[in-house]
Design a protein around this ligand. Structure first.
Ligand code: FE2
Length: 367
């Protein structure tokens, strides 16, 4: 096997310390007992036991610690080793360069854009699998079978409990209103999460509508875009701004973190556009590579990740929404309420990404 590296930082959670070694799944010692029992049952039903030397290789844009417990469950029960290469960028390009000789079997991402990029680059292969089709609704997988969503995540507005009344902000569009001048914090407009939202705004309001919106939001910023989603909530808790945009699962992560809990307690979640286009939703997902030297093991891992058990782990540990409709949301996530999601096809968001990146640059959003 080739030499594997993991990289030092991520867009997703830069505050976590890096793991510079070959990433191997951590033992899932923190799993609730009920979940541990379910792991054994679910994995036993997956397939016949694999040889201990078996492996599956993953290229991941997603930080290993987020998915390690799930990989560890798979590894423990099947005997198949999961090797992970993490990188914040460049994995599609790397797959392209490696071509048929790539050691990678699967690629993992945290937004539709990169799944779509991977398919367009020709580094993925289609798979028609009854288990995947049964567990993942059609709206969350590629019609040709090149990529599959694993979780969905809502891009919400975080609003100051002290300075924003309930109902005072209800839509993405209103973030551009002059009443919010100097009161909004966001991360870079070029981050995949912001690009996804801007791409959706282009789909709904056209290029010029989206441009006016971006310019309006920029005019309302309290500071230059900086930091990650959680850093914006921290800024609200410190009084620097009153509103921010962020993925919903960070609310759960902050509430469970002693240092960050006060940040979360300073805000409430607003699911935007409930009377209109619905809240913007993106996916994390996976794709089988063209090379896939361990194809059978990779397909087994894909099925495992779409199973009730792994989906429950995503829900309980990461506070994401499972794509598998049979799996309930975590209790904490349920406590934030239900919402109407924007039903824009993910492909439309992917198609508008290049235009969204152009717009962000043209309005100099980060400047
Ligand atoms: Fe994230």
């Amino acid at each position: 096997m080739c030499e594997w590296f993991s990289f030092a930082f991520s867009n997703e959670t830069p505050e976590r310390s890096p793991d510079m070694s070959l990433a191997r799944p951590a033992r899932a010692a923190a799993l609730p007992l009920a979940l541990m029992a379910a792991v054994a049952l679910a994995a036993a039903s997956l397939t016949a036991p694999a040889r201990a030397a078996d492996e599956v290789n993953v290229y991941s844009y997603r930080q290993p610690f987020l998915i390690d417990p799930i990989f560890a469950a798979f590894e423990r029960e099947t005997g198949i080793e999961v090797n992970v290469v993490f990188a914040p960028k460049g994995l599609v390009e790397r797959l392209k360069q490696e071509g048929a000789n790539s050691p990678a079997d699967l690629i993992f991402t945290v937004d539709i854009g990169r799944l779509s990029d991977a398919k367009a680059a020709g580094v993925t292969q289609a798979i028609d699998d009854a288990t995947l089709s049964a567990n993942i609704p059609a709206q969350y997988r590629d019609p040709q079978g090149h990529w599959f969503g694993l979780t969905t995540r809502a891009r919400v507005i975080y609003a100051s409990r002290d300075r924003v009344a309930p109902g005072e902000i209800a839509s993405y569009e209103a973030l551009a209103d002059p009443e919010w001048r100097g009161r909004i914090c966001t991360r870079s407009g070029s981050h995949a999460y912001q690009i996804g939202l801007t791409a959706a705004m282009i789909a709904h309001h056209g290029q010029e509508g989206a441009r006016a919106w971006l310019e309006g939001v920029k005019a309302n910023l309290a500071r230059k875009p900086q930091g990650n989603d959680r850093a914006q909530v921290k800024a609200i808790s410190e009084g620097q701004c009153d509103l921010s945009l962020g993925n919903n699962y960070y609310y759960g992560k902050m509430l469970l973190d002693e240092e960050q809990r006060p940040w979360a307690e300073a805000v409430r979640i607003v699911f935007p556009d409930q009377g209109g286009i619905g809240t913007h939703v993106n996916i994390s997902g996976m794709a089988l590579t063209t090379a896939a030297p361990n194809r059978d093991n990779a397909v087994m891992l894909m099925r495992f990740l779409a199973s009730d058990l792994a989906q429950q782990m995503y829900a309980e540990q990461n506070f994401e929404y499972p794509v598998n409709p049979d799996v309930p949301w975590s209790g904490l996530v349920r406590s934030w309420g239900t919402f109407a999601a924007d039903d824009l096809p993910l492909e439309r968001i992917a198609q508008n990404r290049a235009a969204a990146i152009r717009l962000v640059n043209e309005v100099d959003y980060d400047g």
